[in-house]
Design a protein around this ligand. Structure first.
Ligand code: SAH
Length: 404
């Protein structure tokens, strides 16, 4: 069925090229005009200046005017979403992150993963993370918000009995000016069980109030690598949030693990997660403190350090300042680390690319006057795929360094 029921958006001359290369956004400067009076969140057909169909997508007020859902002239309904979700689930099964079967032993179990990663799964504006049998869904565009019940319907179809509840959490991810009156809450089923399993380790997931969808699912592979370095080491997990890295370090046989976050709530969560996996284990301690202050007093105490700060640059304008922030933080930490230490350092700022991050860390090493080797270059895991036509989707970068 063709999507003629949608209004048309006409592009200016020469502005269809990037869509021809399947880049999924139309910037407001490329728009010539829109037929009739479209409402924010509407689905529009995009036509070039000669009236040829190019794409269909969600329209929104802002510099990204339209997010492409399809390059086919088709209707966007529950069937459309079910098709996309079925592929997304199939990909997750093929890459091996869904390990919930009877044959998956305890150590290996994994029931939390990202099912839909926006543009990376050809569904711009939509995030779905799975925590056991609960899906936490986030809309980042007005159109996805309007379509939430279609997506929920599709998700039920695709997941079948495996899905018990869908929690919708878009209070903070939508433009407040759109005045959608959105609230967080269950839009299908409900559950009291908020414990999910990552690589055999259990975590309380605070999807009600927590950051993102309640957990940073994107660090799973990097946490597993950290575990392999932890034996006998004194670990500092800075910016620990729910303590993912700390729990892995404990299982890896660390001598001690200290978790630091400026949020007292995060510190409570870490403690609860350690208790869940290693009850009564005195190797762990958590501190509600500012990272920069804590670092000043860490002289020689830790030989395995994780620095996973919040995005220093949320926008391109803040880039320079963000890079200086990464340099300062890493330089201070390197200065205080004893010989033969290992540093896991990350940036999740989309506006900072791999090379810029590496340069910021290089500057930090030089300032700290240490011999530093890069052991690993880390990135987001396979369930956070990057749409090849949308390189902006690459956001998580990390380096594992040997600090001599
Ligand atoms: N490493 C975590 C995710 C980190 S998110 C994980 O694997 O789950 C970033 C965290 O940094 C947040 O929990 C936030 O509360 C904390 N934070 C922000 N500014 C801080 C500061 N100045 N000092 C310490 N923690 C800070």
């Amino acid at each position: 069925m063709c999507a003629k029921l949608y209004r048309n958006l006409f592009l200016k001359k020469g502005k269809a090229d990037s869509l021809g290369r399947r880049h999924p956004w139309v910037f407001s400067g490329a728009v010539h005009h829109i037929e009739g009076d479209a409402r924010e969140g509407d689905k529009l057909r995009v036509l070039d200046d000669e009236g040829r169909f190019v794409a269909v997508g969600h329209w929104q007020i802002g510099s990204i005017a339209l997010r492409v859902l399809s390059f086919e002239d088709e209707v966007i309904d529950a069937g459309f979403y079910a098709g996309r979700l079925a592929v997304a689930l199939d990909v997750r099964k093929k890459i091996g992150v869904v390990r919930t079967g009877a044959n998956d032993n305890r150590e290996n179990r994994n029931d939390m993963y990202r099912l839909v990663h926006g543009e990376g799964d050809f569904l711009p504006g939509l995030i779905i993370d799975m925590y056991g049998s609960t899906a936490v869904m986030q809309a980042h565009s007005v159109g996805m918000h309007e379509d939430r019940m279609l997506v929920a319907e599709a998700l039920k179809r695709v997941m079948g009995d495996e899905l018990k509840a869908i929690y919708y959490k878009s209070e903070t991810t939508l433009p407040y000016k759109a005045e959608l009156g959105q609230e967080n809450g269950f839009i299908h089923g409900s559950t009291d069980n908020n414990v999910a399993v990552e690589n055999g380790l259990e975590f309380h997931i605070d999807w009600l109030k927590g950051q993102k969808t309640g957990f940073f699912v994107d660090q799973r592979d990097n946490r597993a690598l950290l575990e392999s370095y932890a034996k006998g080491r004194k670990v500092l997990n800075m910016f620990c949030y729910t303590g993912g890295f700390s729990v892995y370090a404990m299982r890896g046989g660390a001598e001690l693990v200290h978790s630091v976050d400026s949020s007292a709530k995060a510190v409570d969560l870490v403690r609860a997660n350690i208790e869940l996996n290693f009850p009564g284990d005195s190797r762990h301690e958590a501190f509600a403190e500012d990272a920069f202050r804590f670092i000043e007093e860490m002289d020689g105490k830790y030989d395995l350090v994780i620095l996973d700060p919040p995005a220093f640059a949320k926008h391109r304008d803040a880039l320079k300042q963000a890079l200086r922030g990464y340099t300062r933080l890493n330089a201070r930490a390197m200065e205080k680390m004893p010989k033969g230490s290992i540093l896991f350092t990350f940036s999740c700022s989309q506006a900072v690319n791999k090379d810029q991050f590496r340069t910021a860390i290089f500057t930090a090493a030089a300032q700290a006057r240490r011999n530093v080797r890069i052991l690993h270059q880390l990135h987001q895991p396979a369930d956070h795929p990057i749409n090849i036509y949308h390189p902006e989707g690459e956001y998580l970068k990390g380096l594992v360094l040997y600090v001599e």
